[in-house]
Write a protein that binds this ligand. Structure first.
Ligand code: FAD
Length: 398
């Protein structure tokens, strides 16, 4: 196995490194007090409805950064070539994100496009996919239900066929930005089906009759998931994403593909927080001596996280089965980040308890990472299943 990037990937990584150093890092003092909504590429969902001049100021800064990135051809990196993107490999995207994570400014190179939207067909492409790629529309993801979180196969929301339409009925818990997104990718089951069978994904405009936002839930991490009700929500069958009854595969594809980005994000955040602690300890020799062994051990663990993240992405690029790697990276990355920021808060002292301090911000965001997109307990379950039932790991060891 060769972990080196291909020459064109290394060139891209270097360009991103330059962009981050020249354009993004100088903005760090400006972003110290930024509202939490400026996190990742999904800030557009929340920001677009805000009239707050402070929010508008940050939108202006983000838009200026986008223009500069576009001028350097650093936009739409992971978008397929047929939609005008550069379609870079998983490994290259990991290297890009690793560079972006060197700064605390929450900027991403591209608009947020849920990877399952590439299953759009016919008029769906013009109506849903392309506006997301261009940043004109945002989407939310409606999978979790009050009685179906860790195990979405328990979902009870139904999509009942009726002539040329499906009628959706049910409740979805926590779709992030369900109140401000332009449309929802909602998972519902055909009547009379159970488990993974009959699950169907539909694209529904958020203002559509029968779509109701019950509440928006303020969280410690800044994002605002919602409770949504679908009450006789009638949508044409042409709005099914992928095939009728094949939604389970889309759900799995969405979760699997994101894991390695979670790994490198957690790695970058933890490393930044550790650097911050190391800076603070420079002027405190006694504290430094006390905490150095722990810092060293965290650093070793972060190196291990980096390796398994690149390894998993490398396998994904070759079309190999990465279910075990994806679960391992999600589990190890989110648990390690949580331990790291907890340690950093203790080591950095009372100053880091300030709400807008980097370490405090990282602490608030880290907790949700252990829950969303499959909680740690579920990843442990997936790993043990792979080890003992499917034998994936045993085959690897031969
Ligand atoms: C900030 C935030 C944003 C979110 N955004 C979205 C979104 O955009 N779209 C969406 O669809 N959902 C979203 N979610 C929902 C999230 O995916 C679920 O919260 C998660 O899947 C867990 O489901 P649950 O909350 O129902 O917990 P439960 O499934 O009830 O689990 C509760 C606890 O029990 C554990 N547990 C469950 N089953 C087992 C088991 N068999 N063995 C051992 N332990 C178990 C879990 O790990 C967890 O710790 C979001 C959640 C949060 C907090």
């Amino acid at each position: 196995m060769d972990f080196r990037l291909k020459p064109e990937e290394e060139e891209l990584r270097r360009q991103v490194e330059d962009f981050v150093r020249e354009e993004v890092i100088p903005l760090e003092p400006v972003f110290e007090g930024a509202p939490d909504i400026f996190e990742g590429s999904r800030w557009k969902s929340r920001a677009k409805l805000s009239r707050d001049p402070e929010v508008q100021r940050y939108i202006g800064i983000m838009e200026e950064l986008r223009r500069k990135a576009e001028a350097r051809a650093l936009w739409h990196l992971d978008v397929p070539k047929r939609y005008g993107g550069r379609e870079v490999s998983n490994v290259a995207m990991i290297a890009v994100t690793e560079e972006l994570e060197k700064t605390s400014v929450p900027f991403e190179l591209g608009n947020h496009v849920s990877n399952i939207l590439y299953a759009c067909k016919g008029e769906q492409v013009e109506r849903f996919l392309l506006p997301c790629i261009r940043g004109e529309k945002t989407a939310c993801f409606g999978l979790t239900e009050p009685g179906a979180g860790s195990d979405p196969s328990m979902m009870t929301t139904t999509a009942t066929p009726d002539g040329e339409d499906f009628v959706i009925d049910g409740t979805k818990m926590f779709p992030t930005f369900g109140d401000v997104a332009d449309f929802v990718q909602v998972f519902a089951r055909l009547p009379g089906t159970k488990g993974r069978e009959g699950v169907t994904c539909l694209l529904v405009d958020t203002g559509h009759p029968g779509y109701r936002v019950v509440r928006s839930i303020e969280t410690i991490g800044g994002s605002e998931p919602c409770e949504l009700v679908f009450d006789g929500c009638r949508v044409p069958k042409t709005q099914v994403l992928g095939a009728v009854g094949e939604g389970w595969k889309l759900n799995q594809a969405w979760l699997g593909a994101r894991r390695f980005q979670v790994g490198i994000r957690c790695h970058g955040t933890a490393l930044r927080v550790m650097r911050r602690v190391a800076e603070l300890l420079r002027s405190e020799p006694r504290e430094r001596e006390r905490l150095a062994p722990a810092l060293g051990y965290f650093y070793a663990e972060l190196q291990a996280l980096r390796s398994i993240t690149y390894h998993g992405s490398w396998k994904a690029d070759r079309g190999l089965d990465v279910r075990l790697e994806a679960a391992s990276v999600k589990l190890f990355a989110t648990e390690l980040l949580h331990r790291t920021v907890d340690f950093a808060l203790e080591a950095a002292g009372p100053a880091a308890y300030r709400k807008d301090h980097d370490v405090a911000r990282a602490f608030r965001h880290a907790r949700a990472r252990r829950i969303v997109e499959g909680a740690s307990e579920i990843q442990r379950h997936l790993i043990q299943r792979a080890l003992f039932r499917e034998g994936i790991a045993c085959i690897e060891l031969q």
